[in-house]
Design a protein around this ligand. Structure first.
Ligand SMILES: Nc1ncnc2c1ncn2[C@@H]1O[C@H](COP(=O)(O)OP(=O)(O)OP(=O)(O)O)[C@@H](O)[C@H]1O
Length: 547
């Protein structure tokens, strides 16, 4: 059996967000001073009907699907950074990732035709060059952010420039996009004004709460001067209450609703950030909601869009949503994270996948893993079988209510449950660094049953965070599922390694080798640096900010 005490034995620090406390049912704010909570309304569920099979079962999760949530406890105080950082039960003081993110090339397009994307002014090598406040410098240092990642190097100077310009940023999963847009917001807040000034929209409650926690962590030393952070996710206890906080992080349906009910004062909002922007702008319902939210804001608000993926058709819309933006993009073949070993397991039939999964977990002990399935009923079925076999699993889908989702996710984040079985609802953004294995129990497909390239990339990106290594194993069980995986491979220029269920010894040997590498994940990837490609885009009128 493989030894999987990976994070403890190798000293791999847990993620920044891992270190944060996610108490069940929390709707915390950033400080002891209780920030009032917002009203809520049911998040509109936009489920997509499942497979063509006639089974009268469940729906496929495509997006946030929460309807109700119970009252929240206030978040832990940030007074003690140590207790905050250890809030998830981490046994040691975890100072940053301890890893360096691998180098990769980016394409930079400046909205300003005259601008030189390669100018040192448009790139930084250290956080010092940003002239950050003492409070931000201290929190970066305390949390082990010793140097910026590539996306942070290139994005931060462009994001933080005054007057502010719109921004579209793309980089691989786990490369630090959250800190990039969070630092931008934290530097733009006027602490003397208690009104909401920055708004972040994310597709799911889990991601919204994670982003709020990162903002609290990076803003921990600004609290004394009045920094407040609020969440706008479905919560019945907050019905009718104002949504307070200088940074508000929420899901689009709830944010739109509190705006409609005038519970969110939008007058001072000067930055609107969309995380997982391609997803937000692509899905009909959320795209409309994001658009309507944007319409409520000042025309001068800075629009910031981030994602690991921006398919062409969405990028066009993104350009309309964030006009005249500075842009950092990647070519499609650079999108896969090299530290993730991609494999597939050839199973005889759909039913044989259950057996293969159980066999797999009987052979391997993995610190944390996520199993992605297409349908909610599959998640429930796998959960039942794995629990019966003695595994500590948690299953999360849009079928659960908000408070249940929080509780399940917390069990996984804290390590109480080692396996998370979930639908696409958690495919994006979630940062749990102990995850060394992602299993695509079902090949990700679009509504019209074509390979879903973006979802594949986001799912496997739940491992291999910030320079770590991890493994992704996709189950195929017939010609079509095999073909779809091949298409995904061709799309990203990768060739997943085949594992065969008729030879479990070989499977075990291969997987143990991969997992061992994951434990030794401090090793740096080979660094290949090429000059940044830069092309100007149409001349832009810079977007001005109020203050
Ligand atoms: N400069 C840095 N130094 C050390 N660790 C960092 C730095 N920037 C980010 N990290 C850590 O890297 C991890 C991944 O960051 P983050 O979640 O922001 O990735 P992401 O690019 O948003 O990924 P995804 O595309 O999956 O949403 C986090 O645990 C974060 O704390």
């Amino acid at each position: 059996m493989a030894d999987n005490k990976s994070s403890d034995t190798t000293g791999i620090a847990k993620s920044f967000a891992d270190r944060l406390s996610f108490p069940d049912q929390t709707n915390g704010t950033s400080s002891d001073k209780p920030t009032e909570k917002f009203n809520w309304a049911d998040e509109v569920e936009t489920p997509i009907e499942a497979s063509p099979q006639p089974a009268p079962i469940e729906k496929v999760d495509a997006t946030e699907a929460t309807t109700k949530e119970v009252p929240a406890k206030p978040a832990a105080s940030n007074d003690s950074s140590l207790s905050m950082a250890q809030g998830d039960g981490a046994s040691t003081w975890l100072n940053g990732s301890g890893l360096d993110e691998p180098e990769f090339d980016v394409n930079v397009k400046l909205a300003d035709l005259q601008g030189d994307p390669n100018s040192p002014l448009n790139s930084i090598k250290s956080f010092d060059e940003l002239n950050l406040s003492d409070a931000l410098q201290r929190s970066l240092a305390l949390n082990g952010f010793h140097k910026p990642s590539k996306i942070q190097e290139r994005a931060l100077p462009l994001l933080m420039k005054n007057p502010a310009s719109n921004f579209i940023g793309q980089s691989q999963s786990g490369t630090g996009k959250t800190a990039a847009f969070t630092l931008n917001m934290l530097t733009r807040i006027d602490l003397t004004n208690p009104s909401p000034q920055c708004l972040v929209l994310a597709p799911t409650r889990e991601l919204a709460r994670q982003i709020a926690s990162v903002a609290k962590m990076l803003g921990m030393f600004m609290e004394a001067d009045g920094l407040t952070i609020g969440e706008a996710i479905p919560n019945p206890a907050n019905r009718g209450k104002p949504v307070n906080g200088q940074i508000i992080v929420g899901t689009p349906g709830t944010v739109m609703d509190v705006m409609k009910r005038r519970q969110l004062d939008t007058r001072s909002i000067k930055v609107l950030t969309l995380d997982e922007a391609d997803n937000m702008l692509d899905i009909g319902g959320m795209g409309d909601q994001c658009q309507r939210v944007k319409q409520q804001l000042s025309k001068n608000a800075q629009i910031v869009l981030f994602s690991a993926t921006f398919p062409d058709q969405v990028l066009n819309f993104a350009n309309t949503f964030a006009p005249k933006s500075n842009q950092i993009t990647l070519e499609v073949e650079k999108l896969t994270v090299k530290g993730i070993k991609q494999m597939y397991l050839d199973c005889d039939s759909d039913e044989a996948k259950y057996e293969a999964l159980l066999k797999f977990y009987s052979l391997m002990t993995i610190a944390s893993s996520i199993i992605f399935v297409r349908r909610r009923d599959t998640a429930t079925e796998i959960e039942k079988r794995m629990v019966a076999s003695g595994h500590a699993v948690a299953a999360l889908s849009g079928a659960l209510e908000g408070s249940e989702r929080d509780a399940v996710f917390n069990r996984f984040r804290t390590g109480e449950a080692k396996v998370l079985i979930t639908t696409n609802v958690l495919a994006r953004g979630i940062d749990v660094q102990t995850v060394t294995m992602v299993i695509n129990y079902d090949v990700p497909t679009t509504q019209d049953h074509q390979p879903d390239y973006e979802t594949y990339l986001h799912r496997i990106g739940r491992t291999g965070r910030f320079g770590r290594t991890g493994a992704a194993l996709t189950f195929v069980h017939d010609r079509r599922s095999w073909e779809m995986l091949q298409e995904i491979g061709r799309h990203f220029g990768i060739e997943p390694t085949r594992l065969d269920t008729s030879d479990w010894d070989a499977v075990e040997k291969m997987l143990k080798g991969v997992m061992k590498n994951a434990r030794n994940a401090g090793a740096k990837e080979e660094v290949k640096t090429e000059p940044v490609k830069a092309e100007p885009v149409e001349a832009a009128k810079e977007v001005t900010m109020d203050g």
